[in-house]
Ligand binder design. Structure first.
Ligand code: UGA
Length: 443
């Protein structure tokens, strides 16, 4: 098939490159001409394990090409996938890129006659696919839905850091199509992936499924953090022990004769400094605002956000309790990415932590294996020292704060040992018994 992907952010790029790897001819469209040039040289502008190699391979064999010319890309294509950003502005989802790209698509589709499917992959609020994208396409092109135009919403369930692997081994593919012909074409696009659970549904069900999936995971995190915060006030209790007991419920971790099954969800029942990234904070905020607009309040999700918005502050509180006045104290911040396995720092708790520590007058040094350059851009002007390694500077610090659980930070257990350095573990990742001065969320 010839497939056009509109937008080359995380979702668009991973989708486009993986579809090319499956054997399709993919044209990726982006307004950023510099990015287009980088992509056509076979290099990925983002850090995502496995993506560079696949991009390079598929550019070399001619199955993946990037362009800024939407018209040339779309003529003769079977499917156009909309993967542009849907940021939050003033608490509400901003659909301007979705509208722009739909308008451009409509004017090109006006000129050609073969059946063409427009597939929305960006996360959009209920009703957007049909009422915004569908309406624009129907008004501005001469096409008729179900006749020579197909419309569907096909959410992505990729997690950063494992996005390529997630795409190639999907747990489900949700296709919210307006008609059977569209469902058949879009499911064909994925057919080479082999056995996978397809959900053949309506666009609005697909739209809400995406929000519901992310809201559920984020709720689990804030739930764990709320219990953690309770434990830290009760005293003489560690939330890690509490959660270990909760997880042993056979309805969470089924007990089979051959042993227990440990679903991936169990990693979300774990305390920490809260969730970040480009998805959970944005999606949940957008859904809460949508619920309020349609007079269907979402108090649980509001509380999920509130707990999360305050969670990072606990690291600063623990540092202050241990060190007193932070002015002039040297503090090492370990981990800048919003989670391990990515260089993405969007909505990372480390941003708030660094800003707050700086405002308190602390001297800051920070480490991350891959996200330093992104944080330098984000906190341009703040006097933070960045280091490519951490096992040298930690000994000069009064305290270390672990914000992202990169595996290499396990080394701290041997390095710091019984030294008089405060260790604040924002992810409950380290063995508390290995340190003389350990503080963790939920103890
Ligand atoms: C998330 C979902 O997991 C994907 O299924 C979804 O497709 C994606 O959003 C999206 O909407 O595009 P992602 O944001 O890449 O993926 O990362 P997660 O691994 O889910 O982590 C999200 C945040 O939760 C991170 O800040 C992570 O540190 C935090 N987290 C995760 C916790 O605080 N505790 C946990 O136990 C697990």
């Amino acid at each position: 098939m010839k497939i056009v992907v509109l937008g080359t952010g995380y979702v668009g790029l991973v989708t486009g490159v993986c579809l090319a790897e499956l054997g399709h001819h993919v044209v990726a469209v982006d307004v950023d001409v510099e990015k287009v040039a980088v992509l056509n040289s076979g290099k990925s502008p983002i850090y995502e394990p496995g993506l560079d190699a696949l991009l390079d391979k598929n550019v070399s064999v001619g199955r993946f090409v990037a362009t800024s010319d939407l018209e040339i890309a779309v003529i003769g294509a079977d499917i156009s996938i909309i993967a542009v950003g849907t940021p939050t502005r003033e608490g509400h989802i901003d659909l301007s890129s979705i509208r722009d790209v739909s308008t451009q698509l409509a004017s090109v589709l006006h000129q050609c006659s073969d059946f063409h499917v427009v597939c929305v992959k960006s996360t959009v609020l209920p009703g957007t696919t049909e009422n915004v994208v569908g309406t624009i396409l129907a008004h501005a092109s001469t096409r008729q839905l179900g006749i020579d135009l197909g419309l569907c919403m096909n959410p992505e369930f990729l997690a950063e850091g494992t996005a390529v692997q997630d795409f190639m081994n999907p747990d489900r593919i949700v296709i919210g199509a307006t008609d059977q012909k569209t469902f058949d074409l879009v499911s064909d696009m994925y057919s080479i992936l082999g056995r996978v659970d397809f959900v053949n549904t309506s666009p609005v069900t697909a739209e809400i499924s995406k929000y519901a999936a992310n809201s559920f995971l984020a709720t689990t995190i804030s739930f764990s953090n709320e219990i953690a915060n309770l434990c830290s006030v009760v005293g003489d209790v560690d939330v890690v022990d509490v959660m270990a007991a909760v997880r042993l419920d056979r309805r969470l971790t089924p007990l089979l004769p051959e042993g227990r099954i440990w679903p991936g969800l169990m990693s979300f029942l774990h305390p920490g400094v809260g969730f970040g990234g480009s998805c959970f904070p944005k999606d949940i905020r957008a859904l809460v605002a949508f619920g309020s607009d349609i007079k269907s309040p979402m108090p649980i999700l509001q509380a999920v956000l509130e707990t999360n918005d305050n969670q990072w502050l606990l690291t600063v509180k623990m540092l202050t309790e241990e060190l007193g006045e932070l002015r002039g104290k040297k503090i090492g911040v370990l981990g800048l990415a919003f989670k391990p396995g990515t260089s993405d720092i969007r909505m990372s708790p480390s941003i708030n932590i660094l800003r707050e520590l700086w405002a308190s007058g602390a001297n800051l040094i920070a480490h991350d294996p891959v996200a330093i350059s992104n944080m330098k851009l984000e906190l341009d002007g703040l006097p933070i020292e960045y280091s490519e390694t951490f096992n040298d500077f930690i000994f000069d610090c009064d305290a270390i704060v672990l914000v992202t659980a990169w595996p290499e930070y396990k080394e701290l257990e041997n390095l710091i040992c019984d030294r008089n350095i405060v260790v604040v573990d924002g992810r409950r990742f380290l063995d508390k018994d290995c340190f003389a001065r350990y503080r963790g969320i939920g103890i």
